[in-house]
Design a protein around this ligand. Structure first.
Ligand SMILES: C[S@@+](CC[C@H](N)C(=O)[O-])C[C@H]1O[C@@H](n2cnc3c(N)ncnc32)[C@H](O)[C@@H]1O
Length: 285
């Protein structure tokens, strides 16, 4: 078997895999190919076909730098600048939360609750725009709104909408204060920050690199969920729905918040791992 040159494409993939595996990254082989391919703008098939191609000193240095960042824990989604959500290729960077597969449950539930006619939906704390973009793709007739307190996150969301050719009304501000008292919505969805600031998970994995304001909330993680539950009833049409994502151990508390605000048909739904992660309620009327 011919020897692989360390500065060839195949050599750099092998070196990256070794470095990532040594750093404890589970899918080291896959991530090595993704990172090298990202820098060389090549897919896996062409990297294999041209594995013995020699790389320049600058290319090798750039690959080693990127792989070093990943080995130090920086999320692969930020390094690649993309993450798939609901089969949509979304751009992401350090200004927004990396969309999670669990959040697809919120999209599924919202699609169940959207009326079968042109409707108006609001996504509070939109981040990369993941939730409202998924809803807008599924329901082309939807009048879609998204808000966030972070100008950086909104810029990412607007860029994603433009790339996908979708029109969303973006607003910056604190939850529903971001938009005028009218219009009313048929559905309000939100995946707000819900991690307790003292939660040790914040010091592990991707969470270390994501915006703190996208993750943590006071009152044991319930403060923003309570604010949204409090603001939403007056902003929904009678019969409209509020759907909230929350932590795996917060469902009882969130159901209580919704009941306290007078929502009806309050219920929680389980994600594929069996955890109650989405709670919904219907506005009376
Ligand atoms: C958990 S992230 C969710 C992002 C996105 N919806 C998703 O599911 O991937 C929460 C989002 O809420 C935003 N946020 C935090 N505090 C806020 C506030 N007071 N008003 C509006 N948005 C806020 C953050 O900037 C962040 O984008």
């Amino acid at each position: 078997m011919p020897k692989t040159e360390p500065t060839s494409i195949a050599g750099q993939v092998a070196e990256a895999r070794q470095c990532l595996a040594a750093a404890g990254i589970e899918s080291a082989g896959l991530e090595a190919r993704l990172l090298v391919g990202h820098l060389l703008c090549m897919d896996s098939a062409s990297m294999i076909a041209h594995g013995d191609r020699a790389l320049s000193v600058e290319q090798v240095a750039a690959i080693r730098h990127l792989v070093g960042l990943r080995a130090a824990g920086r999320p692969i989604a930020y390094l690649l600048g993309r993450r798939e959500f609901w089969s949509l290729p979304l751009r992401v960077d350090e200004r927004c939360l990396i969309p999670r597969p669990e959040t697809e449950l919120l999209v599924e539930r919202a699609l169940e609750r959207l009326p079968d006619r042109p409707a108006r939906a609001m996504d509070l704390g939109t981040g990369s725009g993941a939730i409202i973009l998924a809803l807008a793709v599924e329901r082309p007739q939807l009048a879609a709104w998204g808000s966030d307190a972070s100008a950086g996150a909104l810029a990412v969301a607007a860029d994603n909408a433009q790339r996908l050719g979708l029109t969303i009304h973006w607003f910056r501000g604190r939850w529903l204060d971001a938009v005028a008292p009218r219009p009313l919505f048929d559905i309000i969805v939100s995946n707000p920050p819900y991690v307790d600031p003292s939660d040790p998970h914040l010091e592990h994995g991707d969470l270390r690199f994501e915006p703190r304001a996208a993750l943590v909330a006071g009152d044991g993680g319930l403060a923003d969920l309570a604010t949204i539950a409090g603001q939403s009833r007056a902003r929904l049409y009678p019969g409209g729905w509020l759907l909230l994502e929350h932590g795996y151990d917060q469902s009882a508390a969130v159901r209580a918040l919704l009941v306290q605000q007078g929502f009806l048909e309050v219920a929680s739904h389980r994600d594929p791992a069996g955890h109650e992660r989405v709670t919904e309620g219907r506005c009376p009327g």
